[in-house]
Design a protein around this ligand. Structure first.
Ligand SMILES: Nc1ncnc2c1ncn2[C@@H]1O[C@H](COP(=O)(O)OP(=O)(O)O)[C@@H](O)[C@H]1O
Ligand SMILES: [Mg+2]
Length: 286
């Protein structure tokens, strides 16, 4: 974790090494200590990680530079120790726009995610075993008291149903791709007419629909409108078989539920309500 003052000191040092003479200011001067702090001089945005987060900063720089080659992320201008420099996009991010009920957000998000997954997407017969094991582990942890899951009995009942869905999904049409893994509306930023992604770290293959699900969670729980059909239409996955979609959707809902803390924030309560609603109804949003 790093606070604004410590990040500012690190940044000044790095800028003098780089010979940069501008005077970047914190994007949010009151931001509490966080993984990283952000500064900008209006043209260049500096993301400053704590000195002990070099591996993380380097992973982010590498992943973002890689995606930037395809025009889907801003380039990394330079990395100096734990500081990343990139163009400051026109903005704002899609979470901010969605709070203002900007109608094109869902389509923009779905379109960007489709293009991003397309870089690495491959078809793959679905294997539910890993998910089934993960669910069993969650239930074990809840039993042993290692993990608190709200309304545990209802969670167990829903999880048992989910396990029954695994068989129908096995070997059905599915895809794999390098996923973002923190695919929120706040990690998509508008720049004039296009949208670019930021905050990459992951370079491994996973379930692409997990990224679509986390975007849907944001769309359903930030602001007061829902536009899940537009998100899904823009993402336009015509390959994955419905039983796979349904099984994965249920797993992602369990993930939200099992990670809801004992004293949830309003936002976490909305996310949990959304997940439980989907588990009850099985309405497919993916
Ligand atoms: N290059 C950029 N141009 C414009 N805004 C940005 C840029 N990078 C980050 N931001 C803004 O700062 C916010 C936080 O940046 P991010 O890199 O996602 O940090 P964190 O790891 O704290 O989520 C983003 O949601 C976005 O609003
Ligand atoms: Mg972010």
């Amino acid at each position: 974790m790093i606070d604004v003052a410590a990040a500012n000191a690190l940044l000044r040092e790095a800028l003098s090494v780089q010979g940069v003479t501008s005077d970047p200011r914190p994007l949010d001067p009151d931001r509490p200590p966080a993984q990283a702090q952000l500064f900008s001089d209006g043209r260049t945005l500096y993301k400053v990680y704590a000195p002990d987060a070099l591996t993380r900063a380097t992973a982010q720089a590498k992943a973002q530079a890689n995606v930037a080659q395809s025009g889907l992320a801003p380039p990394i201008l330079f990395q100096q120790n734990t500081i990343l420099a990139m163009p400051h996009l026109g903005g704002p991010d899609l979470a901010t726009l969605w709070q203002k009920a900007d109608a094109s957000v869902a389509v923009e998000a779905g379109t960007w995610l489709r293009a991003y997954h397309a870089l690495t997407l491959r078809r793959f017969p679905f294997r539910p075993a890993g998910h089934v094991k993960w669910l069993a582990r969650l239930l074990d942890q809840a039993d042993s008291g290692e993990r608190h899951i709200p309304d545990q009995a209802a969670f167990r009942q829903a999880a048992n149903r989910t396990r029954e869905y695994a068989e129908a999904a096995r070997k059905q049409k599915a895809t794999r791709a390098v996923t973002h893994r923190d695919m929120t509306l706040s990690n998509l930023v508008r720049d004039e007419t296009r949208v670019l992604g930021i905050d990459f770290e992951n370079m491994r293959e996973d379930e692409p629909l997990r990224d679509l699900f986390t975007l849907a969670l944001d769309i359903a729980t930030i602001g007061n409108v829902s536009s899940l059909a537009s998100l899904r239409a823009a993402y336009a996955d015509r390959h994955t078989a419905p039983p796979v979609r349904l099984f994965l959707q249920r797993c992602f809902c369990h993930w939200v539920w099992a990670n809801t803390p004992t004293a949830p924030s309003r936002r976490q309560t909305r996310r949990l309500d959304f997940a439980r609603g989907l588990l009850d109804s099985d309405v497919l949003i993916l």
